[in-house]
Design a protein around this ligand. Structure first.
Ligand code: FPP
Ligand code: MG
Length: 328
């Protein structure tokens, strides 16, 4: 399922977004093009990761929600869309090294195909190009804001690494990690889309908070899929969180409030995927995490309740609902 298959989305808006996203892809590819074939080989490979383009879509939609006509003429929205996608790609390439993952979007990861050294360098090339591309707009405030966001997502990832194998990880710390490593960039996309459309600070904040809540719901769902989904269907390596000692919401709750917490901790320690999956399902911890994700979706939607009533705002509402039902 893609973002554009969500039921109820306005088809005219979808056609418009597709044209805009084509431009985003062109900017992205042009920026990464190198005189050196080995660099291009890696960039082409990472192009395959570019599936749903959620982040550029949010930049564009947030701009359109504020002012329906603005994005048609806004090269800045398309450029920032490409920048945010490049930052996202950099984090995925590095994340697959950290998680020792071998499959993403149904194909081999860069680290699996070319080794960790190449993957680290490709991530660096992407992040460096993202900031170079952003600088072409000539507004230092954009670089400043995106720099804050990349600092935050690195902090989230470092705190997560620090807590590997920590069976005492609490829910607040888990939520801080997912807010920082995932939601910060999604919130930034919405905020910058609004800012580039001339929105006042109140609306920029509303869209930022929409994106933060959407991002947390997205990552809770991503973590649930890591525990429950079929690898073939999901298109990426599953079960990595447990393998790498990363505790996520259903497990954190089972370890804090469940029956027989010592037995659950032993199942975590011994990486007993199937038994844990059954326990978490039977004891309602998957459902409990899903409800938290849905609460975040409801918060996201409340934050944009006062935006102009147009097709882009409607799509932001539909997108929020879709992240918890996602197969994308
Ligand atoms: C996905 O987590 C990971 C992130 C959203 C952030 C990763 C960030 C870094 C590795 C820091 C690198 C930063 C820069 C600026 C290059 P996940 O493992 O839960 O998701 P997955 O299931 O898609 O692998
Ligand atoms: Mg990962």
């Amino acid at each position: 399922m893609s973002i554009f298959d969500i039921a109820g989305v306005n088809p005219t808006l979808v056609s418009r977004l597709m044209v805009e996203l084509d431009d985003v892809s062109t900017i992205f590819d042009r920026q990464l093009a190198s005189d050196f074939p080995p660099v291009n080989t890696l960039s082409v490979h990472v192009g395959r990761y570019r599936g749903k383009m959620l982040r550029p879509t949010l930049v564009l939609l947030s701009g359109m929600a504020v002012d329906e006509s603005v994005v048609d003429s806004s090269h800045y929205h398309r450029t920032i869309g490409a920048v945010t996608e490049m930052i996202h790609m950099a984090t995925l390439v590095h994340d697959d090294v950290l998680d020792e993952s071998s499959v993403r979007r149904g194909g081999a990861t860069v680290n699996a195909l070319h080794g960790n050294e190449m993957a680290v360098m490709l991530g660096d090339y992407l992040i460096s190009n993202a900031f170079h591309l952003c600088s072409t707009i000539g507004d230092p405030n954009l670089n400043l804001r995106l720099g804050e966001i990349t600092n935050t997502l690195c902090e989230g990832e470092i705190v997560q690494l620090h807590n590997r194998e920590n069976v005492d990880l609490d829910e607040d710390m888990y939520l801080t990690i997912v807010t920082n490593k995932t939601a910060s960039l999604i919130g930034g996309c919405c905020e910058l889309g609004a800012r580039l459309a001339g929105a006042d600070l109140k609306i920029q904040k509303a869209l930022h908070e929409y994106g933060i809540n959407l991002g947390v719901a997205f990552q809770i769902t991503d973590d649930l899929l890591d525990l429950t989904a079929d690898q073939q269907e999901l298109g990426k390596t599953v079960g990595r969180d447990l393998d790498m000692g990363k505790l996520t919401l259903p497990l954190i709750r089972a370890l804090r409030d469940g029956d027989d917490q010592r037995q659950i901790a032993a199942l975590v320690r011994d990486r007993c995927h199937a038994q844990l999956q059954e326990r978490l399902q039977d004891d309602g911890w998957f459902e409990s995490a899903r409800e938290t994700a849905m609460d975040r979706v409801a918060s996201a939607r409340r934050w944009i309740g006062d935006l102009p009533d147009n097709a882009a705002t409607t799509m932001l509402h539909l997108l929020a609902d879709a992240v918890v039902q996602r197969r994308f």
